[in-house]
Design a protein around this ligand. Structure first.
Ligand code: DOR
Ligand code: ZN
Ligand code: ZN
Length: 427
């Protein structure tokens, strides 16, 4: 018995929209039928999902998430994190290695893959660290980690401070045809600052994180990528300067790709209402000028994909205030509706553009066979209600943590059914 999804609206990158019927059998897409042809499929013996009036897309792909397991299960674990992702319409997520222990050994990769297979509800692909224990001193065993199933190397959470270490990492990754994914942050420029340099920091007498702390690493790493030939992927781009550097590098044919988070596209430091740590993340909310620059960067292809940087922290931790609370906010459950409401409903982006940057494009950047509704591919499908406006309610958050600045926001574009490898995992 399979599942027929009937009369859903599909959209491609050029925003060409078509009504389709889709049959899922086992864990694959078995048939895609143009509904305009008028012929209704034989649904007897199959489950039927009526998707009339709803968007049917490939399941969303999030290449930057923190699941916190092992080590920080009070914030999130693989079971709760994958369910939170499923609620947000995601069917493939790539988890960052700043767990405890960090993902720097084959054993830890195996632990995560086993947990994801037994307790997770969607596909989880781990990253391995660049350096042992993320200390920036010694490279991990890239070959062994690759063999175990990591999709790339990153010390996300911290920047790799030594240029020589980064160059060695890139040379090794290039020789194995693997990407380096970088959290760009120069530690000497940020000490003790909880928010960005800007009007909010000034008003509250806080030290600010300057844009250069990010862009210096972006510039350095672009040069190292050119020297080593590695695929270099820039995490959570937040500054005008980084966008400029990446744009320039791409013009030179350097193998650089980049990602941006919803919060950096819709919020600036001027939106921070007060000293509430649910507005604290790293990189921080920047100035309106930076927000404009990352939007333009995404629109012109300088920035390739959208990721959430889903970073759960407990209420106790976030209650410590702006200075002491850890950096990070939730991402999964509001990503699509936020961007749909702010950019598609306003006419700035097409629906096809938004969907592409959360499905096919991330798959392309990382060479994954997902993010498409082609027959024969994994049945990863998300059905989205584009009509209903709903308030973001704290009580409805599926993540174990609740640290989001978007509670109370009224948004449109809510995933209502998420199907991962042919199984309904959210409805
Ligand atoms: O805001 C952030 N949270 N930025 C990071 O780089 C790390 C992440 C986390 O692990 O909480
Ligand atoms: Zn990061
Ligand atoms: Zn991160």
């Amino acid at each position: 018995m399979g599942i027929w999804i009937l009369n859903g609206l599909t959209v491609d990158v050029n925003n060409v929209q078509a009504k389709k019927h889709i049959l899922i059998e086992n864990d694959k897409i078995a048939q895609v039928v143009d509904a305009a042809s008028g012929s209704t499929p034989q649904t007897e013996g199959h489950e039927v999902i009526d998707a009339a009036g709803k968007l049917v897309t490939p399941g969303f792909i999030d290449m930057h998430v923190h699941l916190r397991e092992p080590g920080f299960e009070h914030k999130e674990n693989i079971a709760t994190g994958t369910r939170s992702a499923a609620r947000g319409g995601f069917t493939t997520i790539a988890c960052m290695p700043n767990t405890r222990p960090v993902i720097d050994t084959v054993d830890t990769v195996n632990y995560i893959l086993d947990k994801a297979a037994t307790e997770g509800v969607i596909r989880v692909i781990p990253y391995g660290t660049i350096t042992k224990n993320q200390l920036g001193r010694e490279l991990t065993d890239f070959a062994a980690l690759k063999e175990a199933g990591v999709i790339g190397y990153t010390d996300d959470g911290v920047g790799v401070q030594s240029a020589q270490m980064m160059k060695d990492a890139m040379a090794l990754a290039a020789s194995m045809d693997m990407p380096i994914i970088a959290h760009c942050e120069d530690d000497t420029l940020v000490v003790g600052a909880p928010v960005s340099e800007g009007s909010f920091a000034k008003k509250h007498g806080l030290k600010g994180i300057p844009n250069e702390s990010e862009a210096i690493h972006v510039g350095r790493d672009i040069l190292l990528s050119e020297a080593t030939g590695v695929h270099y992927h820039v995490c959570h781009v937040s500054t005008e300067q980084s966008v400029r550097l990446i744009r320039h590098a791409k013009q030179f044919g350097i193998k650089v790709t980049a990602e941006v988070c919803p919060h950096h596209l819709v919020l600036s430091d001027e939106d921070i209402p007060g000293l509430d740590a649910n507005w604290k993340m790293n990189p921080p909310l920047r100035t309106p000028r930076d927000v404009q620059a990352v939007i333009e960067g995404l629109e012109d292809g300088t920035i390739d994909i959208i990721v959430t940087d889903h970073a759960p922290h407990s209420e106790e931790e976030k209650a410590k205030g702006m200075m002491l609370a850890p950096f990070g906010i939730l991402g999964f459950e509001t990503a699509f509706s936020l961007l749909y409401t702010k950019f598609v409903l306003t006419g700035q982006w097409t629906l096809g553009f938004l969907v592409d940057r959360m499905t096919q494009k991330p798959a392309d950047v990382f060479g994954l066979p997902y993010g498409t509704l082609e027959v024969g591919r994994a049945a990863d499908i998300t059905i989205v209600d584009l009509e209903t406006e709903r308030e973001v309610l704290k009580d409805e958050i599926v993540s174990r943590s609740k640290n989001t600045p978007f509670i109370g926001w009224k948004l449109q574009g809510w995933p209502v059914v998420t199907i991962a490898s042919g199984k309904v995992v959210w409805s």
